[in-house]
Design a protein around this ligand. Structure first.
Ligand SMILES: Cc1cc2nc3c(=O)[nH]c(=O)nc-3n(C[C@H](O)[C@H](O)[C@H](O)COP(=O)(O)OP(=O)(O)OC[C@H]3O[C@@H](n4cnc5c(N)ncnc54)[C@H](O)[C@@H]3O)c2cc1C
Length: 402
C-alpha cells in the first residue's frame, strides 16, 4: 500500500492550489484523478481578476496553449427584458479566457505533486492518526494511506458522499447545458461574457464566443427539456439581438450544486478529511467558481501545514482559516453589498449609474422580477429569503454540516 503525507482527490484548480501549498512545504502529496489527463471540463473559462492574480502569483505566466479564442475577456454584460444592456469591465483590465482542459493540466503539473490519473476515489476510512483511501485504477482496486485527505473533487463530490451520505439530498441542485453554434451573424460583443436576467428564458442564461463559435447556455430544473429551453433562448437571441446561428454542432451539460454559498451550507469535512473548492459549495454569483476554488484549495493545503506545525486538529485550523473565503463568497450574493459596495470584480454600481434614470428604473424592476422567478424552485424561497435577510442576520455562521 502506497503511504504519503496527503492524498488529494481530483485534479482541478482547487486541487492544484492545495497541492502547490503542500509540495512547497515539503509534504509528499499524491493527486488522484478519475479521468485521463488532460481531461475535459465543462466551463466558460472566464477568469475573474482575483483568479488571474492567483494563477500568476502561484504558477507563473500563463502559456498561450491554455487559452481559448478570444484569448481574453473584458468583463460581463447583463441583458434585461426591457432591452437595456449593461457592459461591466473587470477591474484591472481584461482577464484570460481559460481552456480548462489545458489550464487545469498545466496548473496541476506546476504544483509539483505526483498525479495518478484514471484513478477514481471510491471510499475512505479515517483511523484517527491516518486515513485509508480506496480507489479504482483502470478498474482494479487500489489502496492508499495518508495522514490527511483533501476532497477537491467538484460539485458531485464522492468524498463528501463518503463522509455524509445524505448531503446530496440536502442542497439545491440544478442543471446547466450549453450548445456550440457556427455563427452566421452575431452582434453580441465577443469581448464580453453575456448573461440574461430574464425570467422568460430561465434562471441561468448565457452566451459567449469561443474558438470561432458561439456558445448558448441555459440552466434548468431536473426534468426540464434542455433542447426546448435552449431553443427558446436561440429564438430570443435572433428576435431581440439579431443573433443568427447555424444549428448546433456540439452540446454538453452537467449537474451543479448551486446555492450552498448563498445559504451557508458549506461542507468542510471531518477528522483528517478536508473538503474544498466547489465540492465544499464554493460558487460565486452567476456561476464563477474558479477564483474561490483556487483560494479555498490553497487554504486547505495551508491548514494541513499549519495544523502539523502547531500540532493542532486540522479541522479546527481549517475552519478558522476558511472563514475569510466564506465571507468573500457569501458577500457576492448580498443585495446590499452589490448595490453599495463592490463584492464583484466588475463595477455594477458604476455601470448602473452610467444609465439614464429611466433605464436604471427598468433594470431594478427587471432584477426584482428575475428574483421572483426563484419561487419556481423548491429551494427558491429559502434562497431569496436568505439573500434578503443576510445583511440583517450578521455573522457568517457555518451551519449544519460542520
Ligand atoms: C457550464 C459552466 C460554466 C462555468 N463557467 C465558469 C466561468 O466562466 N468562470 C468560472 O470561474 N467558473 C465557471 N464555472 C464554475 C467552475 O467550472 C467550477 O466552479 C470550478 O471548476 C470548480 O473547481 P474545482 O477544482 O473545485 O472542481 P472541478 O473543476 O470540478 O474539478 C474536480 C476534479 O475532480 C475529479 N473527480 C471527481 N470525482 C472524482 C473521483 N471519484 N475520483 C477522482 N477524481 C474525481 C473530476 O474529474 C475533476 O477533474 C462554470 C461551470 C459550468 C458547469
Amino acid at each position: 500500500m502506497r503511504s504519503v503525507d496527503v492524498v488529494i482527490v481530483g485534479a482541478g484548480l482547487a486541487a492544484a492550489a492545495a497541492a502547490k501549498r503542500l509540495v512547497d512545504a515539503g509534504l509528499e502529496t499524491l493527486v488522484l484523478e478519475r479521468r485521463e489527463l488532460p481531461r475535459h471540463k465543462i466551463c466558460s473559462g472566464i477568469l475573474s481578476p482575483r483568479g488571474h492574480r492567483f494563477l500568476l502569483e502561484n504558477f507563473g505566466p500563463l502559456p498561450a496553449d491554455i487559452l481559448h479564442e478570444p484569448t481574453s475577456c473584458r468583463g460581463v454584460t447583463f441583458h434585461f427584458p426591457s432591452m437595456v444592456s449593461m457592459p461591466m469591465d473587470f477591474f484591472g483590465g481584461p482577464t484570460p479566457h481559460l481552456h480548462r482542459k489545458m489550464a487545469d493540466f498545466w496548473a496541476i503539473q506546476r504544483s509539483g505533486a505526483e498525479v495518478h490519473d484514471q484513478t477514481a476515489f471510491v471510499d475512505l476510512k479515517d483511523k484517527g492518526d491516518h486515513v485509508i483511501v480506496h480507489a479504482r485504477r483502470n478498474g482494479e482496486p487500489i489502496t492508499y494511506r495518508a495522514r490527511q485527505v483533501i476532497g477537491a473533487d467538484g460539485p458531485s463530490s464522492h468524498v463528501v458522499r463518503a463522509l455524509y451520505p445524505d448531503y446530496p439530498k440536502q442542497i439545491p441542485w440544478f442543471f446547466v447545458g450549453q450548445k456550440f453554434h457556427d455563427i452566421i451573424d452575431c452582434p453580441l460583443s465577443a469581448d464580453y461574457f453575456h448573461f440574461w436576467f430574464h425570467p422568460g428564458l430561465g434562471h441561468y442564461t448565457w452566451s459567449h464566443a469561443r474558438d470561432g463559435r458561439q456558445i448558448v447556455g441555459v440552466g434548468f430544473k431536473r426534468g426540464d427539456n434542455f433542447a426546448a429551453k435552449h431553443k427558446v433562448v436561440v429564438d430570443y437571441l435572433a428576435a431581440k439581438h439579431g443573433v443568427r446561428l447555424q444549428p448546433h454542432v456540439d452540446d454538453e451539460g452537467c449537474g451543479e450544486n448551486f446555492g450552498p454559498s448563498l445559504i451557508n451550507r458549506y461542507v468542510f469535512g471531518k477528522g483528517n478529511v478536508l473538503v474544498t473548492g466547489q465540492a465544499s459549495g464554493f460558487l460565486n454569483m452567476i456561476g464563477e467558481g474558479m477564483s474561490c476554488a483556487l483560494h479555498a484549495g490553497a487554504i486547505s493545503g495551508e491548514a494541513i501545514i499549519e495544523a502539523r506545525l502547531r500540532n493542532r486538529p486540522v479541522q479546527e485550523i481549517y475552519r478558522k482559516m476558511i472563514a475569510s473565503e466564506v465571507r468573500r463568497t457569501t458577500d457576492q450574493w448580498n443585495p446590499l453589498k452589490i448595490a453599495f459596495d463592490k463584492p464583484h470584480e466588475a463595477d455594477f454600481p458604476a455601470a448602473l449609474m452610467a444609465l439614464s434614470w429611466t433605464d436604471r428604473a427598468k433594470v431594478l424592476r427587471d432584477m426584482w422580477r428575475f428574483v421572483v422567478l426563484f419561487k419556481e424552485f423548491k429551494w427558491g424561497r429559502q434562497i431569496a429569503l436568505a439573500a434578503a435577510l443576510r445583511p440583517f442576520l450578521g455573522g457568517y455562521s457555518m451551519r449544519r454540516w460542520l
